[in-house]
Design a protein around this ligand. Structure first.
Ligand SMILES: [Zn+2]
Length: 106
């Protein structure tokens, strides 16, 4: 008979006591042959989970930043130093300096 995987949510720091309670209950009911291993994530598993979560959140914030930020090109103004201008700008929005932004969409 094939066994199935189940995930049990437990309060943090109580995983081992939950495992112990499950093992005792299974033994009391005489169902040892119906259950396989009960695995509790270790420190490495927690670290990997945290790193994956941080990576996912940072990718999400990067996606939001790309969607929300208007399309601008990086071209430093020689007069005032403003670095981001609209792609079709002829004059600097801050000081009015004539700009010569190269259009690379040829
Ligand atoms: Zn300027």
């Amino acid at each position: 008979m094939s066994m199935r995987w189940y995930v049990v949510h437990a309060y943090s720091q109580y995983e081992n006591s939950v495992k112990k309670a499950m093992v005792e209950r299974i033994a009391r009911a005489g169902l040892q042959d119906k259950f396989g291993d009960i695995l509790v994530p270790g420190a490495a598993g927690r670290l990997i989970s945290i790193l994956i979560m941080i990576g996912g959140v940072s990718l999400f914030f990067r996606l939001i930043q790309v969607v929300m930020r208007p399309n601008k090109v990086r071209y430093p103004c020689p007069s005032c130093g403003l670095t981001r201008h609209e792609p079709d700008a002829v004059h600097c929005k801050a000081c009015g300096q004539l700009l010569c932004i190269v259009d690379d969409n040829d």
